[in-house]
Design a protein around this ligand. Structure first.
Ligand SMILES: Nc1ncnc2c1ncn2[C@@H]1O[C@H](COP(=O)(O)OP(=O)(O)OP(=O)(O)O)[C@@H](O)[C@H]1O
Ligand SMILES: [Mg+2]
Length: 506
């Protein structure tokens, strides 16, 4: 007899429906799984056999063939254990045929318990899109799955639960919807702890307000890492859509907690400089998202930028530009979202004191050039704002003056974001990404503004991208100042943030 049951699978972040068919026929006892299973799917056989026996069912002594369709997509991982087991039970008449409005996902232990699975959220979202009504998931994934509304989520602890459910003995209770509750925000790191550095603070505020990338350069101990780590405290909350997108990525990597399965805070990722290119952008035999995607909707902070390998830095170019990272495979290509603000920090030379007003730099000019040349022109061009973080003066560091708190900076950021939301009629488009042709009226500059820009463009040997970045930053500065028009002051300030590369990367 042949039976079929629905399950879900995923490659990258894309989920799809899988039909699990079981055929039990007379012949020499055997158990085969076909339909492009990888080694971990093939191991299902042993788990399913033990789980069946240990849950009080009979393992049919017959020829068993299980087919996972579609047959042209490679199946990875142990999540097909549950549907394989159920299809065998149905084909051997031990349970009734299961209706097609349900999907089953889960890895089994030998005793028949369901284990926590990765990628549940994207699979449940896709199930809903496909019109599935019931999704049976491992108990520990139930809260994660129940984020999706208008769908019945059934948490399954053991095979016995399913047996009782379908025999009508004891129904599995539906998982209540997981409500999003934002905990009281209590950032331990606050901008008020940083003395002085007003220019850097201003540049960071502009970067966060308009979604611009930023580079901090300066001598050791000037507070670059300190500044970067405090950026989360001025970021606006994520929207529900953003929360879901970011959580999906953490779901695929199995980085969600069973109790609090939503990523509610914007990510702040600070990978170490020894990270591999694949670790940064994603990859692997079974393609997994990398740090750029873990930073989706948040911040990617690369501290000590020149210490990263050159290849790691170069592979960042495409994701930075497009907000998605494409991973090519022999037969297919897949993509992960990665829209983030890039924050990078660095010293100007190996000893750290190149260009320092009072301390002598001990590096030769050649060494300085070699160090700086690790950051290529195209990468530098993609970083919108460049700001110098000089050593803090004694008067500032020893002063008892109160510094502005993160909360009050955040209020201005929110105001600026609201202005952009109104202009672009979207809370996902910021000045850094807006279509300049479509919104050309908002990016208009006066004749005198044009003259200022022309002079800088020609004297600085600016690229077309550099010109565009200046316009975008000027727009954000105008928005912070609540100004409808981009004024000359805004352009002048904006140009300042593009002049550092001339000082260091001559
Ligand atoms: N502006 C500041 N206000 C208060 N403390 C500061 C300031 N700048 C630096 N510090 C102190 O100096 C320490 C080092 O700062 P931080 O690590 O941010 O420097 P850095 O610029 O990242 O240096 P490096 O280039 O060596 O990485 C901080 O932990 C903090 O105690
Ligand atoms: Mg540092």
């Amino acid at each position: 007899m042949v039976s079929s049951i629905y399950s879900m699978g995923f490659v990258g972040i894309d989920s799809f429906l899988i039909t699990v068919e079981a055929d039990i026929s007379r012949g020499l006892p055997s158990f085969d799984i076909v339909g492009l299973p990888d080694a971990s799917v093939k191991e299902s056989r042993d788990r399913v056999r033990s789980a069946l026996k240990n849950s009080g069912f009979d393992f049919p002594v017959s020829r068993i063939v299980v087919n996972l369709a579609p047959g042209d997509v490679k199946k990875y991982g142990p999540i097909y254990d549950l549907p394989i087991l159920l299809s065998i039970l149905a084909a051997s008449g031990q349970i009734d045929e299961i209706s097609k409005d349900s999907v089953f996902i889960g890895e089994l232990s030998l005793s028949g318990e369901l284990k926590h699975a990765n990628g549940i959220l994207p699979m449940v979202i896709k199930s809903k899109e496909l019109g599935i009504r019931n999704v049976f998931v491992p108990y520990s994934n139930a809260k994660e799955a129940a984020v999706v509304e208008n769908l019945n989520i059934f948490p399954v602890k053991t095979i016995a639960d399913i047996k009782n459910h379908f025999s009508g003995k004891l129904q599995i209770q539906r998982q209540p919807i997981t409500k999003i509750e934002f905990p009281e925000k209590n950032y331990s790191l606050d901008f008020s702890e940083i003395k002085g550095q007003y220019d850097a603070k201003r540049a960071i505020e502009i970067a966060v307000s308009g979604g611009h990338n930023i580079l901090l350069i300066g001598p050791p101990g000037s507070g670059k890492s300190m500044l970067a780590k405090r950026i989360p405290s001025i970021m606006p909350e994520m929207t529900f859509e953003e929360i879901l997108e970011t959580t999906e990525i953490y779901s695929i990597l199995g980085k969600l907690s069973a109790e609090n399965p939503l990523i509610l805070d914007r990510p702040f990722r600070a990978p170490h400089h020894t990270i591999s290119p694949a670790g940064l952008t994603g990859g692997g035999t079974i393609p997994k998202p990398g740090e750029v995607s873990l930073a989706h909707n948040g911040i990617l902070f690369l501290d000590e930028l020149p210490e990263f390998s050159r290849i790691s830095l170069e592979v960042l170019r495409q994701p930075l530009e497009e907000g998605v990272v494409n991973i090519s495979r022999v037969k297919s290509s897949l993509s992960f979202p990665c829209s983030f603000i890039l924050v990078v920090a660095m010293n100007p030379c190996p000893c750290g004191y190149y260009g320092h007003p009072t301390r002598q730099c001990t590096c030769s000019q050649r060494l300085v050039n070699k160090y700086l040349s690790k950051i290529s022109g195209p990468l530098l061009d993609r970083i919108d704002l460049h700001i110098e973080v000089p050593a803090v003066e004694f008067e500032k560091i020893s002063s008892n003056a109160e510094e502005e708190k993160s909360l009050s900076v955040k209020e201005r950021v929110l105001k600026c974001r609201t202005a952009q939301k109104k202009r672009y009629n979207s809370d996902r488009i910021y000045n850094s990404k807006a279509d300049l042709t479509k919104f050309k009226d908002s990016f208009k500059i006066s004749d005198s503004g044009r003259k200022i820009l022309k002079k800088s463009f020609e004297s600085m040997g600016m690229s077309a991208r550099g010109y565009e970045k200046i316009l975008r930053i000027a727009r954000t500065i105008a928005d912070i100042g609540d100004s409808r028009e981009i004024q000359n002051d805004h352009i002048l300030e904006s140009i300042q943030y593009r002049t550092l590369d001339r000082k260091y990367w001559r």
